[in-house]
Design a protein around this ligand. Structure first.
Ligand SMILES: [Zn+2]
Length: 110
């Protein structure tokens, strides 16, 4: 079965995704943005296959705010961030993986 999001909601600085197998993922937006898989954020392999992660600067006031989002080609989630960045495509398995990882690192108690 292909894992697809059935419902995506923005709640309290997190993206809440309900998948078609019933599982739910919660993704803090900052984590999502820092995991942006686009070439501008992750770098592109050179001729030898080395990938140098480029320096990425974030504007804390805008970079971690989600302006809008869409589903692209039926396989990926594409957010548009508050600073206008929108070139990152998150294939659903990556989105789900990021959500899972978040669950294993619960927020520190206040
Ligand atoms: Zn990016």
């Amino acid at each position: 079965m292909q894992i697809l999001p059935e419902d995506i909601q923005l709640a309290g600085g997190e993206l809440a995704v309900r998948w078609n197998d019933g599982e739910e993922s919660y993704l803090p937006l900052e984590r999502l943005r820092r995991a942006c898989p686009c070439a501008g954020c992750c770098g592109e392999p050179d001729a030898l296959g080395h990938v140098d992660k480029p320096p990425v600067s974030y504007d804390p006031a805008r970079s971690f705010a989600l302006r809008s989002y869409g589903i692209v080609g039926g396989y990926a989630f594409q957010p548009t961030w508050g600073d206008g960045h929108s070139t990152g495509l998150y294939p659903f398995p990556l989105l789900r993986q990021l959500g899972r990882a978040a669950e294993t690192h619960p927020a520190q108690p206040a």
